[in-house]
Design a protein around this ligand. Structure first.
Ligand SMILES: C[S@@+](CC[C@H](N)C(=O)[O-])C[C@H]1O[C@@H](n2cnc3c(N)ncnc32)[C@H](O)[C@@H]1O
Length: 299
């Protein structure tokens, strides 16, 4: 689930905290969110942490549809395909980690051999219904655990809008690297970790100076953020998890997995505003990328 990119609220300075402002975090390694061993959902203080979107699958399947949602279609899939550089490989075999209902598979050239992995059975069922190509397979499994098939020698691996929905992204990267051929390419599309963190970033309007800017409340700390997919249902709404990590962690994990970044793109929203605030809203959209695309090669 991605937070909307529309203006949210007018700026109101917060009153100072009781006891003074929080002191800055000292330099040094960031405390992790304690990834679970083996990748299996485990009970935690707030109950089991199952990162699958099974409970939200009906909503997500509908919002993505056959061709992808607005951002899939206009920004993310075209960007991911550009980074994948499929045309440079004679026989493309692609592993899609956390594939959801398979929207990436349906955007690939017909000759690509494809394996998609996801934790949600219902999203996989939808993927199989929408895509019956004999060279495409959809497998139930944990992208951060032991993959439930032996297939290897992939020329490409991808993780589209899902790295921030798994609890152990470093394991997902290691899985991608382990299944790639040397020289194989892993690409990711993420919500931009600097500008688009659920509940921690927002648009703010400064009507005096007529600018809209991006407010970032927290960035360096790793965060685990619960998102209600249907806020009107209150506590009964299905929840999904977002795991935020700063850029430095992403690069350290890629490096540790033997994956060397050779491409980075920052993608802005291509929505357009109309009305009296259009100028400042459109200018802000063009300045602050909402998505990050990364490409890394296995050495
Ligand atoms: C935002 S959806 C993205 C799905 C798809 N890539 C797309 O762009 O539509 C996140 C997906 O991650 C899957 N997921 C979460 N944790 C997972 C894990 N550990 N292993 C495999 N899939 C996982 C969810 O079930 C969900 O389908």
């Amino acid at each position: 689930m991605t937070p909307p990119d529309e203006p949210k609220r007018p700026f109101k300075p917060r009153p100072p905290r009781a006891g003074g402002t929080r002191s800055p975090r000292p330099d040094g390694p960031r405390p992790p969110w304690k990834p679970r061993p083996g990748g299996a959902p485990r009970p935690g203080p707030g109950g089991p942490r199952d990162t699958s979107w099974q409970k939200a699958s009906g909503w997500y399947d509908k919002s993505v549809g056959e061709e992808g949602n607005f951002y899939h279609q206009t920004v993310v899939i075209p960007g991911l395909l550009r980074l994948l550089r499929l045309g440079e490989t004679e026989r493309v075999k692609l592993l899609d980690l956390a594939c959801g209902q398979g929207v990436l598979a349906r955007s690939l050239p017909a000759t690509v051999e494809y394996w998609g992995v996801d934790l949600s059975q219902d999203l996989l069922a939808s993927a199989r219904k929408l895509d019956q190509k004999s060279t495409h397979r959809y497998v139930h499994g944990d992208a951060c655990g032991e993959l439930p098939f032996a297939e290897t020698a992939f020329s490409h691996a991808a993780c589209m809008l899902a790295l921030q929905n798994v609890e152990s992204p470093e394991r997902l990267m290691r899985n991608a690297a382990a299944r790639l051929v040397p020289g194989g390419r892993f690409v990711m599309a993420l919500n931009h970790p600097c500008f688009r963190i659920p509940k921690q970033t927002s648009w703010v309007r400064d009507d005096v100076n007529r600018i809209q800017y991006r407010r970032v409340d927290r960035y360096l700390s790793r965060q685990r953020i619960a998102i209600r997919t249907n806020p009107s249902m209150g506590g009964a709404s299905p929840e999904t998890w977002t795991f935020h990590a700063p850029l430095s962690d992403l690069f350290a994990w890629l490096h540790a997995a033997g994956l060397f970044v050779d491409g980075l793109e920052e993608w802005v929203s291509n929505k357009r505003s109309a009305g009296p605030a259009a100028l400042m809203e459109n200018r802000a959209r063009a300045e602050f990328p909402l998505f990050l695309g990364l490409s890394a090669v296995k050495r």
